[in-house]
Write a protein that binds this ligand. Structure first.
Ligand SMILES: Cc1ncc(COP(=O)(O)O)c(C=O)c1O
Length: 376
Protein backbone atom coordinates (compact mmCIF):
# COMPACT_ATOMS: atom_id res chain seq x y z
CA UNK A 1 0.00 0.00 0.00
CA UNK A 2 1.19 3.53 -0.74
CA UNK A 3 1.98 6.00 2.08
CA UNK A 4 -1.03 8.22 1.31
CA UNK A 5 -3.31 5.21 1.89
CA UNK A 6 -1.47 3.79 4.90
CA UNK A 7 -1.63 7.12 6.64
CA UNK A 8 -5.44 7.21 6.78
CA UNK A 9 -6.04 3.51 7.44
CA UNK A 10 -7.08 2.28 10.87
CA UNK A 11 -8.08 -1.19 12.02
CA UNK A 12 -11.84 -1.45 12.41
CA UNK A 13 -12.78 -2.01 16.07
CA UNK A 14 -13.68 -5.71 16.24
CA UNK A 15 -16.16 -5.30 19.08
CA UNK A 16 -18.31 -2.47 17.66
CA UNK A 17 -17.25 -1.92 14.07
CA UNK A 18 -16.27 1.71 14.88
CA UNK A 19 -14.27 3.06 11.95
CA UNK A 20 -12.01 5.26 14.10
CA UNK A 21 -9.91 4.13 17.06
CA UNK A 22 -12.00 4.38 20.27
CA UNK A 23 -10.55 6.26 23.26
CA UNK A 24 -10.19 3.62 25.95
CA UNK A 25 -10.30 6.04 28.89
CA UNK A 26 -9.62 3.51 31.60
CA UNK A 27 -6.85 2.91 34.10
CA UNK A 28 -7.43 -0.83 34.49
CA UNK A 29 -9.06 -3.85 32.83
CA UNK A 30 -11.37 -6.27 34.59
CA UNK A 31 -9.83 -9.60 35.59
CA UNK A 32 -9.90 -12.29 34.11
CA UNK A 33 -10.52 -10.60 30.67
CA UNK A 34 -7.46 -8.42 31.27
CA UNK A 35 -4.87 -10.93 30.07
CA UNK A 36 -3.16 -8.62 27.59
CA UNK A 37 -4.37 -5.39 29.18
CA UNK A 38 -4.04 -4.96 32.95
CA UNK A 39 -3.15 -1.32 33.66
CA UNK A 40 -2.96 1.66 31.28
CA UNK A 41 0.52 2.92 32.21
CA UNK A 42 1.72 -0.42 30.82
CA UNK A 43 -0.62 -0.91 27.87
CA UNK A 44 -3.71 0.88 26.54
CA UNK A 45 -5.43 -0.06 23.25
CA UNK A 46 -5.69 3.53 21.94
CA UNK A 47 -2.05 4.23 22.74
CA UNK A 48 -1.01 0.88 21.27
CA UNK A 49 -2.75 1.78 17.99
CA UNK A 50 -0.68 4.98 17.79
CA UNK A 51 2.50 2.93 18.27
CA UNK A 52 1.42 0.71 15.38
CA UNK A 53 0.75 3.77 13.18
CA UNK A 54 4.23 5.23 13.65
CA UNK A 55 5.75 1.78 13.00
CA UNK A 56 3.82 1.65 9.70
CA UNK A 57 4.85 5.16 8.65
CA UNK A 58 8.52 4.66 9.53
CA UNK A 59 8.48 1.11 8.07
CA UNK A 60 9.69 -0.20 11.43
CA UNK A 61 9.08 -3.47 13.25
CA UNK A 62 7.76 -1.73 16.35
CA UNK A 63 6.57 1.71 17.48
CA UNK A 64 5.87 3.20 20.90
CA UNK A 65 4.01 6.32 22.05
CA UNK A 66 5.18 8.52 24.96
CA UNK A 67 3.91 11.39 27.08
CA UNK A 68 6.07 13.87 25.10
CA UNK A 69 8.97 14.08 22.66
CA UNK A 70 11.29 14.51 25.65
CA UNK A 71 9.66 11.42 27.19
CA UNK A 72 10.57 9.45 24.04
CA UNK A 73 14.14 10.83 24.00
CA UNK A 74 14.94 10.44 27.71
CA UNK A 75 13.40 6.96 27.89
CA UNK A 76 15.30 5.79 24.80
CA UNK A 77 18.65 7.14 26.00
CA UNK A 78 18.17 5.77 29.52
CA UNK A 79 17.50 2.33 28.01
CA UNK A 80 20.64 2.23 25.90
CA UNK A 81 23.11 4.01 28.18
CA UNK A 82 24.40 3.38 31.65
CA UNK A 83 27.15 4.98 33.73
CA UNK A 84 30.44 4.44 31.86
CA UNK A 85 28.76 4.39 28.40
CA UNK A 86 29.69 6.87 25.67
CA UNK A 87 27.27 9.10 23.79
CA UNK A 88 27.84 11.40 20.83
CA UNK A 89 25.38 14.28 20.24
CA UNK A 90 25.51 17.55 18.33
CA UNK A 91 25.40 21.03 19.79
CA UNK A 92 22.76 22.24 17.35
CA UNK A 93 19.86 20.24 18.65
CA UNK A 94 16.73 21.05 20.64
CA UNK A 95 17.88 22.81 23.84
CA UNK A 96 16.38 20.30 26.25
CA UNK A 97 17.83 17.31 24.37
CA UNK A 98 21.25 18.92 24.63
CA UNK A 99 20.75 19.72 28.33
CA UNK A 100 19.50 16.20 29.08
CA UNK A 101 22.57 14.73 27.36
CA UNK A 102 25.31 17.12 28.30
CA UNK A 103 24.12 17.93 31.85
CA UNK A 104 22.03 15.06 33.21
CA UNK A 105 23.58 12.04 31.45
CA UNK A 106 27.09 13.40 32.07
CA UNK A 107 26.35 13.84 35.79
CA UNK A 108 25.06 10.24 35.81
CA UNK A 109 28.43 9.01 34.58
CA UNK A 110 27.92 8.83 30.79
CA UNK A 111 30.83 10.13 28.67
CA UNK A 112 29.10 12.66 26.45
CA UNK A 113 30.85 14.21 23.46
CA UNK A 114 29.18 17.22 21.84
CA UNK A 115 30.00 17.78 18.16
CA UNK A 116 30.01 21.25 16.64
CA UNK A 117 27.45 21.76 13.82
CA UNK A 118 28.05 20.35 10.35
CA UNK A 119 28.69 16.93 8.85
CA UNK A 120 32.46 17.37 8.68
CA UNK A 121 32.76 17.79 12.47
CA UNK A 122 30.19 15.13 13.25
CA UNK A 123 31.61 12.41 10.97
CA UNK A 124 35.16 13.08 12.12
CA UNK A 125 34.27 12.73 15.83
CA UNK A 126 32.05 9.72 15.10
CA UNK A 127 35.01 7.98 13.41
CA UNK A 128 37.47 8.86 16.16
CA UNK A 129 35.68 7.31 19.15
CA UNK A 130 33.76 4.29 20.39
CA UNK A 131 30.11 5.10 21.03
CA UNK A 132 27.32 3.15 22.66
CA UNK A 133 24.90 5.60 21.08
CA UNK A 134 24.95 8.43 18.57
CA UNK A 135 21.98 10.80 18.84
CA UNK A 136 21.32 13.43 16.15
CA UNK A 137 18.48 15.45 14.66
CA UNK A 138 18.22 14.70 10.94
CA UNK A 139 17.35 18.38 10.35
CA UNK A 140 18.73 20.44 13.21
CA UNK A 141 17.01 23.07 15.29
CA UNK A 142 17.07 26.04 14.54
CA UNK A 143 19.64 26.35 11.71
CA UNK A 144 18.36 23.38 9.73
CA UNK A 145 21.67 21.63 9.09
CA UNK A 146 21.00 18.30 7.38
CA UNK A 147 22.86 15.27 8.71
CA UNK A 148 24.46 12.87 6.23
CA UNK A 149 22.68 9.82 7.66
CA UNK A 150 24.10 7.51 4.98
CA UNK A 151 27.70 8.12 6.09
CA UNK A 152 26.88 8.40 9.80
CA UNK A 153 24.99 5.10 9.89
CA UNK A 154 27.91 3.31 8.19
CA UNK A 155 30.30 4.60 10.86
CA UNK A 156 27.80 3.80 13.60
CA UNK A 157 27.52 0.19 12.38
CA UNK A 158 31.31 -0.20 12.21
CA UNK A 159 31.55 1.04 15.80
CA UNK A 160 28.69 -1.17 16.99
CA UNK A 161 26.74 1.85 18.25
CA UNK A 162 23.03 2.53 18.25
CA UNK A 163 22.10 5.42 15.94
CA UNK A 164 19.10 7.38 17.25
CA UNK A 165 17.62 10.01 14.94
CA UNK A 166 15.19 12.71 16.02
CA UNK A 167 13.17 13.21 12.85
CA UNK A 168 10.69 15.76 14.23
CA UNK A 169 11.55 18.39 11.57
CA UNK A 170 11.58 15.94 8.66
CA UNK A 171 8.52 13.77 9.48
CA UNK A 172 8.12 10.33 7.86
CA UNK A 173 6.76 12.08 4.75
CA UNK A 174 10.05 13.85 4.01
CA UNK A 175 12.48 11.23 5.33
CA UNK A 176 12.50 7.76 6.87
CA UNK A 177 15.77 7.59 8.86
CA UNK A 178 15.59 3.78 9.22
CA UNK A 179 15.93 3.53 5.42
CA UNK A 180 19.29 5.27 5.78
CA UNK A 181 20.47 2.81 8.41
CA UNK A 182 19.36 4.46 11.69
CA UNK A 183 18.40 2.04 14.48
CA UNK A 184 15.77 4.14 16.24
CA UNK A 185 13.77 7.13 15.06
CA UNK A 186 12.16 9.46 17.62
CA UNK A 187 9.66 12.28 17.20
CA UNK A 188 8.12 15.09 19.12
CA UNK A 189 4.62 14.22 17.90
CA UNK A 190 3.57 17.57 19.40
CA UNK A 191 4.81 19.09 16.13
CA UNK A 192 4.09 18.11 12.50
CA UNK A 193 2.83 14.60 13.22
CA UNK A 194 -0.19 15.69 15.26
CA UNK A 195 -0.13 18.97 13.37
CA UNK A 196 -2.68 21.19 15.13
CA UNK A 197 -0.76 22.75 18.05
CA UNK A 198 -3.10 21.05 20.50
CA UNK A 199 -1.34 17.99 21.93
CA UNK A 200 1.96 17.02 23.59
CA UNK A 201 3.19 13.52 22.67
CA UNK A 202 6.30 11.61 21.62
CA UNK A 203 7.00 8.57 19.45
CA UNK A 204 9.80 6.08 18.81
CA UNK A 205 10.13 3.36 16.17
CA UNK A 206 12.72 0.78 15.19
CA UNK A 207 13.69 -2.88 15.50
CA UNK A 208 11.59 -4.90 17.94
CA UNK A 209 14.57 -6.18 19.96
CA UNK A 210 15.71 -2.69 21.02
CA UNK A 211 12.24 -1.14 21.08
CA UNK A 212 10.86 -3.77 23.45
CA UNK A 213 13.59 -2.77 25.95
CA UNK A 214 12.65 0.90 25.48
CA UNK A 215 9.03 -0.09 26.06
CA UNK A 216 9.93 -1.76 29.35
CA UNK A 217 11.74 1.43 30.41
CA UNK A 218 8.64 3.50 29.45
CA UNK A 219 6.48 1.30 31.68
CA UNK A 220 9.03 1.72 34.49
CA UNK A 221 9.69 5.47 34.20
CA UNK A 222 5.99 6.11 33.54
CA UNK A 223 6.61 8.21 30.42
CA UNK A 224 3.44 6.69 28.97
CA UNK A 225 0.89 8.59 26.90
CA UNK A 226 -2.74 9.06 27.97
CA UNK A 227 -5.43 7.65 25.61
CA UNK A 228 -7.13 11.01 24.81
CA UNK A 229 -4.01 12.72 23.42
CA UNK A 230 -3.14 9.45 21.65
CA UNK A 231 -6.49 9.77 19.83
CA UNK A 232 -5.66 13.37 18.82
CA UNK A 233 -2.30 12.28 17.41
CA UNK A 234 -3.91 9.42 15.45
CA UNK A 235 -6.45 11.88 14.07
CA UNK A 236 -3.82 14.46 13.16
CA UNK A 237 -1.59 11.88 11.51
CA UNK A 238 -4.25 11.06 8.92
CA UNK A 239 -3.64 14.43 7.23
CA UNK A 240 0.15 14.43 7.67
CA UNK A 241 0.85 13.74 3.99
CA UNK A 242 -1.49 16.43 2.63
CA UNK A 243 -0.33 18.93 5.23
CA UNK A 244 3.36 18.29 4.52
CA UNK A 245 2.78 18.60 0.78
CA UNK A 246 1.36 22.12 1.31
CA UNK A 247 3.84 23.05 4.07
CA UNK A 248 6.89 21.99 1.98
CA UNK A 249 5.65 24.12 -0.92
CA UNK A 250 4.72 27.17 1.22
CA UNK A 251 8.06 27.07 3.06
CA UNK A 252 10.04 26.93 -0.21
CA UNK A 253 8.18 29.97 -1.56
CA UNK A 254 8.67 31.89 1.71
CA UNK A 255 12.39 31.02 1.89
CA UNK A 256 12.83 32.44 -1.64
CA UNK A 257 10.81 35.54 -0.74
CA UNK A 258 12.86 36.20 2.41
CA UNK A 259 16.13 35.68 0.52
CA UNK A 260 15.25 38.63 -1.74
CA UNK A 261 14.01 40.95 1.04
CA UNK A 262 16.09 44.04 1.81
CA UNK A 263 15.38 43.80 5.60
CA UNK A 264 16.66 40.22 5.79
CA UNK A 265 20.35 39.46 6.28
CA UNK A 266 20.42 35.69 5.91
CA UNK A 267 18.00 32.81 5.31
CA UNK A 268 18.49 29.22 6.48
CA UNK A 269 16.44 26.67 4.54
CA UNK A 270 17.80 23.34 3.22
CA UNK A 271 15.91 23.83 -0.05
CA UNK A 272 17.92 26.95 -0.90
CA UNK A 273 21.06 26.48 -2.98
CA UNK A 274 22.81 28.87 -0.58
CA UNK A 275 22.32 26.46 2.36
CA UNK A 276 25.59 24.71 3.33
CA UNK A 277 23.89 21.27 3.30
CA UNK A 278 21.74 21.74 0.19
CA UNK A 279 23.42 18.91 -1.71
CA UNK A 280 23.05 16.48 1.21
CA UNK A 281 19.45 17.66 1.68
CA UNK A 282 18.64 16.77 -1.93
CA UNK A 283 19.93 13.23 -1.29
CA UNK A 284 18.35 12.77 2.16
CA UNK A 285 14.97 14.51 1.93
CA UNK A 286 11.87 14.12 -0.22
CA UNK A 287 10.75 17.61 0.85
CA UNK A 288 12.70 20.32 2.64
CA UNK A 289 10.23 20.78 5.48
CA UNK A 290 8.27 23.59 7.07
CA UNK A 291 10.83 25.47 9.15
CA UNK A 292 12.61 28.53 7.74
CA UNK A 293 15.03 30.45 9.96
CA UNK A 294 16.23 33.94 9.08
CA UNK A 295 18.18 36.87 10.47
CA UNK A 296 16.66 40.33 10.22
CA UNK A 297 18.84 43.40 9.69
CA UNK A 298 19.58 44.81 13.13
CA UNK A 299 19.64 42.92 16.42
CA UNK A 300 17.47 41.51 19.18
CA UNK A 301 15.09 44.52 19.31
CA UNK A 302 14.33 44.32 15.58
CA UNK A 303 13.83 40.54 15.75
CA UNK A 304 11.41 40.80 18.67
CA UNK A 305 9.62 43.76 17.04
CA UNK A 306 9.07 41.71 13.88
CA UNK A 307 7.86 38.71 15.87
CA UNK A 308 5.32 40.88 17.68
CA UNK A 309 4.08 42.72 14.60
CA UNK A 310 2.91 39.80 12.44
CA UNK A 311 -0.88 39.54 12.28
CA UNK A 312 -1.46 36.05 10.82
CA UNK A 313 1.75 34.38 11.96
CA UNK A 314 1.49 33.74 15.71
CA UNK A 315 4.46 34.45 18.02
CA UNK A 316 4.84 31.17 19.93
CA UNK A 317 7.59 28.68 20.73
CA UNK A 318 6.26 25.55 19.06
CA UNK A 319 6.27 24.47 15.40
CA UNK A 320 4.75 22.01 12.98
CA UNK A 321 1.07 22.95 13.16
CA UNK A 322 -1.45 24.09 10.55
CA UNK A 323 -0.98 27.67 11.80
CA UNK A 324 2.29 29.46 11.10
CA UNK A 325 4.27 30.31 14.23
CA UNK A 326 7.29 32.54 14.67
CA UNK A 327 9.77 32.43 17.54
CA UNK A 328 13.00 34.01 18.73
CA UNK A 329 15.36 31.11 19.60
CA UNK A 330 17.73 33.20 21.78
CA UNK A 331 14.99 34.09 24.25
CA UNK A 332 12.70 31.10 23.67
CA UNK A 333 13.53 27.54 22.50
CA UNK A 334 17.32 27.88 22.88
CA UNK A 335 17.46 30.10 25.98
CA UNK A 336 19.08 27.28 27.99
CA UNK A 337 22.18 27.21 25.72
CA UNK A 338 25.25 28.96 27.13
CA UNK A 339 26.56 32.04 25.32
CA UNK A 340 29.43 29.95 23.94
CA UNK A 341 27.07 27.22 22.69
CA UNK A 342 24.84 29.82 20.97
CA UNK A 343 27.90 31.38 19.33
CA UNK A 344 29.29 28.05 18.13
CA UNK A 345 25.92 26.97 16.70
CA UNK A 346 25.37 30.37 15.07
CA UNK A 347 22.22 31.39 16.95
CA UNK A 348 22.38 35.17 16.84
CA UNK A 349 20.19 37.80 18.51
CA UNK A 350 18.60 38.71 15.17
CA UNK A 351 17.62 35.11 14.31
CA UNK A 352 13.95 34.15 14.01
CA UNK A 353 12.50 30.68 13.43
CA UNK A 354 9.40 30.50 11.29
CA UNK A 355 7.24 27.40 11.23
CA UNK A 356 5.21 27.60 8.06
CA UNK A 357 1.61 26.39 8.18
CA UNK A 358 -1.02 25.61 5.57
CA UNK A 359 -2.46 29.13 5.24
CA UNK A 360 -2.59 30.76 1.79
CA UNK A 361 1.06 31.51 1.09
CA UNK A 362 0.23 34.98 -0.31
CA UNK A 363 -1.27 36.00 3.04
CA UNK A 364 1.85 34.78 4.83
CA UNK A 365 4.10 36.72 2.44
CA UNK A 366 2.00 39.90 2.86
CA UNK A 367 2.19 39.50 6.65
CA UNK A 368 5.98 39.08 6.60
CA UNK A 369 6.50 41.87 4.05
CA UNK A 370 4.43 44.37 6.03
CA UNK A 371 6.15 43.47 9.31
CA UNK A 372 9.65 43.52 7.79
CA UNK A 373 8.99 46.90 6.16
CA UNK A 374 7.90 48.32 9.52
CA UNK A 375 11.46 47.79 10.82
CA UNK A 376 13.47 50.98 10.65
C1 LIG B 1 13.51 18.54 17.46
C2 LIG B 1 12.78 18.40 18.74
N1 LIG B 1 12.88 17.26 19.43
C3 LIG B 1 12.23 17.07 20.61
C4 LIG B 1 11.45 18.07 21.16
C5 LIG B 1 10.75 17.83 22.46
O1 LIG B 1 9.43 17.46 22.22
P1 LIG B 1 8.23 17.70 23.26
O2 LIG B 1 8.04 19.18 23.37
O3 LIG B 1 7.07 17.00 22.63
O4 LIG B 1 8.66 17.09 24.55
C6 LIG B 1 11.29 19.28 20.46
C7 LIG B 1 10.45 20.34 21.03
O5 LIG B 1 10.44 21.46 20.59
C8 LIG B 1 11.98 19.45 19.23
O6 LIG B 1 11.90 20.60 18.53
Amino acid sequence: MKEGTNIVREDIDEETGAITTPIYQTTAYSFPQGEKYRYSRELNPTVLELGKKIATLEEAEMGIAFSSGMGAISTTLLTILKPGSSLLVTMDMFGRSLRFSSDFLRSWGVNVEVSKPGNENLLEIAKSGKWNAIFVESITNPLLRVVDLDSLSKISKEKGSVLIVDSTFATPVNQKPLEFGADIVVHSASKFISGHNDVIAGLAAGKADILSKVDLMRRTLGTSLEPSPAYLVIRGMKTLKVRMDVINKNAEIIAEFLSDHSKVNKVYYPGLKSHPDHEIAVKMLKGFGGVVSFEVKGGKDEAIKLMKSTKIIIPAQSLGGVNSLISHPVTMSHRTLTLDEKKTVGITDSLLRLSVGIEDVNDLIDDLDRSLNSLS
